[in-house]
Design a protein. Structure first.
Ligand SMILES: [Zn+2]
Length: 236
């Protein structure tokens, strides 16, 4: 089990940790700031810095066998550290911050398009959501204007925890059909933009919508009878 520090503070760039194990899959730490791929958000890259001064480049982070385990994937050919070794785990913050901005923006997009979300993906500088909406009711300029207004209004963004049972009693909170909410630990984390969006999410977000910066809707694709893919990108 890994202590998931990014879950309480998405702004942590590094942490001291101890190697719990290392094998062909990657390196496990007792605690980490690396977000593992999941919920449409890519895993972090970065570096593990050893006391000796040596560094191990981490190219990806993925979930392990259990719910609370993160596997840090080292660059090919890297020498694996021994269990017990102390390291400083440091993420590529510039990239992570762009992912946080885009991820948070997808929550805003979700809030202004009615209909179930059937898929989604955050990538560096871009993001997309697929909606189950009929016809061609979405327009690029209109969506972009509403998104940029929500961004400029500087809404606070924060977590709220509820129990698995409370979530089960409010299934309407689940907007994204393709991503299962992170239940099974007794409690579920909701991501809230008060008055705008509230839904289960285990990803990392910025603290305020203003931090997202201006965006553009680059494309609306027709991906089938009731499936519209909205692709957004940073405008700056
Ligand atoms: Zn989220």
């Amino acid at each position: 089990m890994t202590e998931l520090l990014f879950r309480d503070d998405g702004y942590l760039r590094s942490c001291a940790a101890r190697v719990a194990g290392a094998d062909g899959q990657g390196i496990r730490l007792d605690r980490t700031v690396f977000y593992p791929t999941g919920g449409g958000q890519p895993g972090d890259s970065g570096v593990l810095r050893l006391r000796s001064g040596e560094t191990i480049a981490i190219v990806d982070a993925v979930k392990g066998d259990t719910l609370d385990e993160v596997v840090h994937v080292p660059v090919a050919g890297a020498a694996l550290p021994e269990p017990g070794v102390e390291v400083n785990a440091e993420i590529d913050w510039e990239r992570r911050h762009r992912l946080m901005r885009m991820h948070t923006c997808l929550h805003l997009l979700c809030s202004i398009v009615p209909g179930a979300v059937t898929g989604g993906q955050v990538s560096d500088g871009r993001g997309r959501l697929d909606f189950d909406v009929p016809g061609s009711s979405l327009d690029k300029e209109g969506l972009a204007a509403r998104l940029n207004a929500l961004i400029a209004e500087a809404h606070p963004v924060g977590p709220r925890w509820i129990t698995d049972d409370e979530l089960a009693a409010q299934p309407e909170l689940i907007r994204t059909m393709s991503v299962k909410p992170p239940t099974g630990m007794g409690r579920v984390r909701l991501m809230e933009v008060p008055g705008v969006d509230l839904q289960p999410c285990g990803g990392t977000h910025v603290r305020n919508t203003a931090e997202i910066g201006p965006i553009a809707v680059t494309k609306i694709e027709n991906k089938g009878k009731q499936n519209r893919r909205v692709i957004i990108a940073f405008a700056d």
